[in-house]
Design a protein around this ligand. Structure first.
Ligand SMILES: Cc1cc2nc3c(=O)[nH]c(=O)nc-3n(C[C@H](O)[C@H](O)[C@H](O)COP(=O)(O)OP(=O)(O)OC[C@H]3O[C@@H](n4cnc5c(N)ncnc54)[C@H](O)[C@@H]3O)c2cc1C
Length: 454
């Protein structure tokens, strides 16, 4: 490794780190990017849905690059709720998503991260792989460099910590503590090979199009989490995640949960004949806004999973990481112009994050998990209740419709979990509140049209 002093050291070549490094190199800064994997992405796990807008802001029109490792543009997004033997679904499909600038693509992180880091190298970034950063070096209270586990020391005006959910660097420099089991989820995932035509037939897709399904209910066995199924060119990514504290409480083993989810009748048929190619497991930071660490200090910025930047209810993480990486890079470029890398100057990073979607989205979803956790009986009972109600609604059994509908509403409103949900505090900042408002409006409508109490 080199003895030279850099403008910036970026630790971790994931979406956050590569975005930061690429942004700074494009502005002519001398940047080194350090990655512990043998190649970028070698150890990284994602579903993986990658959002176009945030990458387009860094590599404009990236989808036109014949080497861009995108699998399928997503034209349809569905949400399923499973009971033991039934499925309720909502979804949206649009032809608009088949055209530039698209909305999102599925990717395979190992190939995507390699391609992205190559773009950074082409812009002038010096990438070193197989290098684990073991600690930061401080002088007069300011971060001035890093030490690798091989004992090499590298110096720079600024260090950007983009070392992912475990962020040993962030911990060692006192920016954050090790996350508790309540602040992270554990996701397990398989990539299963399936011929292109089978994927398109099975998921009703035109050639090249992709679909995503987020699956709630029975498949997480009462734990807070969900499964995902995404179509790649010639494979399917299927995974399931739940809060780490819930795995600990229930004693359910993550690989067993994956097999349980795969065996559900609604999922089994979609995966039929698909051959497992790869298995991986990874933590997901889900503490969100309430767990965010200090984002800057003298000579250091922290971005992406390392800083809890995941909006779990929208399966967004890579896009927050890319935007935070870009904004960290832009902050360093401004600091370089001023020749001042103090916490005061670097605090512009936090302002930029506030002016972007990153902090507003994390803020608006900050209490979502806690709210849902207060209603875990809805998580456990809701899918079965919903399935039974819809079964009755669609089943033609000779009863007058008004009797069927009355029975459904009575079953719902007598359920203690639904009652508790309706009574809970209402803030109109996220989906949980919208669901609750939907239930309330439906009840109000019932009262108005039937002119009495329930
Ligand atoms: C199962 C699962 C499914 C997901 N699905 C989606 C999805 O569909 N869409 C989405 O947007 N997000 C998804 N996410 C979240 C997304 O993967 C992350 O938010 C995103 O990868 C964060 O990027 P990052 O660069 O901050 O961290 P990472 O991608 O984790 O990158 C960190 C990098 O730092 C390196 N590193 C760590 N420590 C060191 C060290 N000491 N020295 C040198 N290098 C180091 C790592 O090897 C890694 O390359 C998912 C996550 C999981 C686990």
């Amino acid at each position: 490794m080199t003895e030279e002093k850099f403008d910036a050291i970026v630790v971790g070549a994931g979406p956050a780190g590569t975005s930061a490094a690429l942004t700074m190199a494009k502005a002519g800064l001398n940047v080194v990017l350090l990655e512990r994997g043998d190649s970028p992405g070698a150890k990284n796990v994602q579903g993986a849905v990658m959002y176009t807008k945030m990458l387009d802001e860094i590599v404009p029109g990236f989808w036109k690059d014949p080497q861009a490792p995108v699998e399928r543009p997503i034209t349809e997004q569905k949400i399923w709720v499973l009971s033991k033997d039934s499925m309720f679904q909502v979804g949206f499909k649009s032809e608009k998503w088949l055209k530039e600038p698209y909305n999102c693509f599925t990717v395979i992180r190992a190939t995507f991260d390699r391609w992205y880091a190559k773009k950074a190298e082409e812009a002038g970034v010096q990438l070193f792989t197989g290098v684990t950063v073991s600690e930061g070096i401080k002088k007069d209270g300011k971060v001035v460099g890093i030490k690798t586990s091989e004992g090499d020391e590298i110096y720079a005006d600024v260090v950007v910590a983009a070392d992912g959910v475990n962020s040993l660097l962030g911990q060692q420099l006192g920016l954050l503590d090790e996350w508790t089991a309540d602040e992270v989820a554990l996701g397990v995932k398989e990539v299963l090979s399936l011929p292109r035509e089978k994927i398109e037939d099975r998921f009703n897709l035109e050639q090249g199009e992709g679909t995503t399904i987020e699956i709630f209910g029975e498949n997480t066995r009462g734990m807070l989490g969900y499964s995902f199924l995404y179509t790649n060119k010639e494979s399917i990514s299927f995974g399931v995640g739940a809060k780490l504290s819930h795995f600990q409480k229930t004693g359910i083993r993550p690989p067993d949960l994956l097999e349980y989810a795969k065996a559900h009748p609604m999922i089994r048929r979609l995966l039929k004949g698909a051959k497992p190619l790869e298995y991986s497991a990874h933590l997901i930071p889900e503490g969100g806004y309430n767990s965010m660490p200090k984002l800057f200090a003298d000579g250091i910025l922290i971005a992406g999973d390392a800083a809890q930047m995941v909006n779990a209810s929208h399966r967004e993480g890579s896009n927050l990481a890319m935007t935070a990486g870009r904004l960290a890079g832009e902050t360093v470029i401004e600091a370089k112009k001023k020749g001042d890398f103090s916490a005061k100057t670097l605090s512009a990073y936090q302002t930029k994050l506030r002016d972007s979607f990153v902090i507003p989205d994390l803020f608006d979803h900050k209490d979502l998990e806690t709210m849902v956790e207060k209603h875990m009986d809805i998580v456990a009972e809701g899918p079965e209740l919903m399935a039974q109600s819809l079964y009755d609604y669609f089943q033609v059994d000779g009863r007058p419709k008004r009797d069927v509908q009355k029975a459904i509403l009575q079953r719902l409103t007598k359920n203690p979990a639904v009652r508790a949900l309706i009574k809970s505090e209402l803030t109109l900042k996220n989906e949980f509140s919208l669901v609750k408002m939907g239930v309330k409006l439906r009840l109000l409508l019932w009262k108005l049209t039937h002119g009495g109490s329930l």
